[in-house]
Design a protein around this ligand. Structure first.
Ligand code: FES
Length: 114
């Protein structure tokens, strides 16, 4: 089944601070939006470990996003769980992003709600 993209504005580009972890809500999707490598990136606002909201528990340390609940670490630019061996099931769920008219838009079709 092919899903067509569903782009929706999430947050103003101007609201993104260099080290911020910004919560945003698009429909029923709870997200965090951050800047990494000059790009806006968006992830589901849930830690892959036990689901705690990253917007309340995460801390940005340069290129790394740390969940403060149990200190899992993710690459800020990709959402990849930082580990000696790849563990894709532990990566943050990433939404495609684009910038349109000063807004960060996300494609919510890319990350199913359940
Ligand atoms: S809930 Fe994030 S590390 Fe455990």
């Amino acid at each position: 089944m092919s899903m067509s993209p569903e782009w929706h504005p999430a947050i103003a580009v101007s609201e993104l601070s260099p080290d911020g972890v910004h919560p945003a809500i698009v429909g029923q999707h709870k997200l965090i939006v951050l800047r990494a490598d000059g790009q806006a990136v968006a992830y589901r606002d849930a830690c892959p470990h036990e689901g705690f909201p990253m917007s309340k528990n995460a801390e940005r340390q340069d290129f790394v996003l740390v969940c403060n609940k149990h200190l899992w670490e993710f690459e800020a630019a990709t959402g990849e769980y930082i580990s000696r061996t790849p563990r894709p099931e532990c990566n943050l769920k990433r939404y495609p992003t684009r910038e349109v008219n000063g807004m960060v838009e996300v494609d919510i079709s890319a990350v199913p709600l359940t």
